[in-house]
Write a protein that binds this ligand. Structure first.
Ligand code: 2NL
Length: 362
């Protein structure tokens, strides 16, 4: 086949990815010569087709393989050239003023880890790409549960090997399910991390940060939950006059469920966390969702709910950061604007500690 020899020679001579692509189109594209030859098979006699069919297919395979080889060779040559050209001069002097700062979300995650470490909690993490069993079913949200629809989930087009729908986790609860299954009880963990929901406006971004906490032990009750959250909020906001209000609520994964408000005071037109929540110059705002872990969730975690009880809570890290450091637009968190960061960012060397104050400003 004359065209085949010409094409193979052209591929060998091609020296840019664009040239390779042009040859691919001329040979394998809709108007290409291979496609044209394939169309002629229909008019051939069966005997002729038996000879020409395999020959044309072999030509197509040969061209495809040669294109792939040439493309790979050009790419590795380009990489080689970049590695030679891009050098870092390690003898350059350090900048006079230290540059770069810690993002408020990272800072708050560090503060949370420090506070909960002091209370005996370990930090757990898990995959951001989850299956629907760990994200929903194990949290007492069966396929038909309306809360599934409410989560505005990002689903992947394909299922995993077990036929489970794959998704971007909508909360960090699946991390805790995985911990229960992997390590058993007792448990004291926090699970901070990125979560995803198909939702976007001034107060919602499709990716945001959540922290959840889980305690499983014997004889755990609502009193433990209230003490833990009160101790945490006092340490986080660095004030002793934090007043909590617990309201009954509903989550599928906890029973009973409790929403936690903190009292705020209005100072210079801004809400500041602290104070009694009195209506004259303040009020209440919701900061956490929580509750006693639903018996079914303990079972899904592989534990006996007659033996083990627990409490859990969850809240938004971005919102906590805004409340503590007085930012008003959530979207600025993800704009990557260096001016915003130099205003709100934290010094890289100011690690939060309980003795030095978790949220010291640089
Ligand atoms: C909210 C409320 C919450 C949980 C999260 C949880 C996790 C396990 C078992 C039971 Cl493994 N519960 N997590 C519980 C109550 C509330 O989050 O408003 N989040 C933003």
């Amino acid at each position: 086949m004359e065209q085949l020899d010409q094409t193979l020679a052209a591929i060998a001579a091609a020296d840019t990815p664009e040239a390779v692509e042009a040859i691919r189109v001329a040979a394998l594209g809709k108007q290409g010569w291979v496609s044209a030859l394939l169309k002629t098979l229909g008019q051939m006699s069966p005997e002729e087709r038996q000879v020409q069919g395999p020959a044309i297919h072999a030509a197509r395979e040969g061209v495809t393989a040669a294109l792939a080889d040439r493309k790979a060779a050009l790419e590795s040559a380009a990489l080689e050239a970049r590695l030679v050209a891009e050098t870092v001069d390690l003898s350059l002097p350090a900048p006079e003023v230290p540059r770069g700062s810690i993002h408020p979300v990272s800072q708050v995650m560090e503060e949370l880890a420090e506070i909960f470490a002091d209370l005996g909690f370990a930090v757990a993490s898990g995959p951001e790409i989850e299956d629907d069993w760990h994200n929903f079913t194990a949290l007492n949200m069966p396929e038909t549960h309306p809360a599934r629809a409410m989560h505005d989930t990002f689903y992947f087009p394909d299922t995993d090997a077990k036929g489970r729908s794959m998704l971007l986790r909508t909360h960090t609860s699946p991390v805790q399910i995985r911990s229960m299954i992997a390590q058993g009880a007792p448990i004291r963990i926090i699970a901070p991390g990125r979560v995803y929901r198909s939702d976007s406006d001034a107060t919602h971004t499709p990716m945001f940060h959540q922290i959840e906490g889980l305690v499983i032990d014997k004889g755990i009750h609502l009193g433990h939950l209230k003490w833990t959250l009160e101790t945490f909020l006092k340490a986080f906001f660095e004030r002793d006059d934090i007043v909590l209000r617990l309201r009954p609520s509903y989550f599928p994964f906890t029973e009973p469920s409790v929403e936690v408000d903190v009292g705020y005071t209005v100072i210079n037109g801004k809400r500041v966390v602290g104070g009694g929540g009195d209506v004259e110059n303040g009020g209440w705002m919701e900061v956490l969702g929580s509750g006693m872990v639903n018996r079914k969730v303990i079972e899904f975690g592989g534990l006996d709910p007659d033996e083990w009880q627990g409490f859990a809570f969850g809240t938004g890290v971005d919102r906590l950061a805004m409340l503590k450091y007085g930012m008003d637009d959530l979207r600025a968190f993800f704009d990557g604007d260096a001016r915003w960061l130099s205003h709100y960012g934290f010094g890289a060397l100011d690690v939060p500690t309980l003795s030095g104050g978790v949220g010291v400003r640089p």
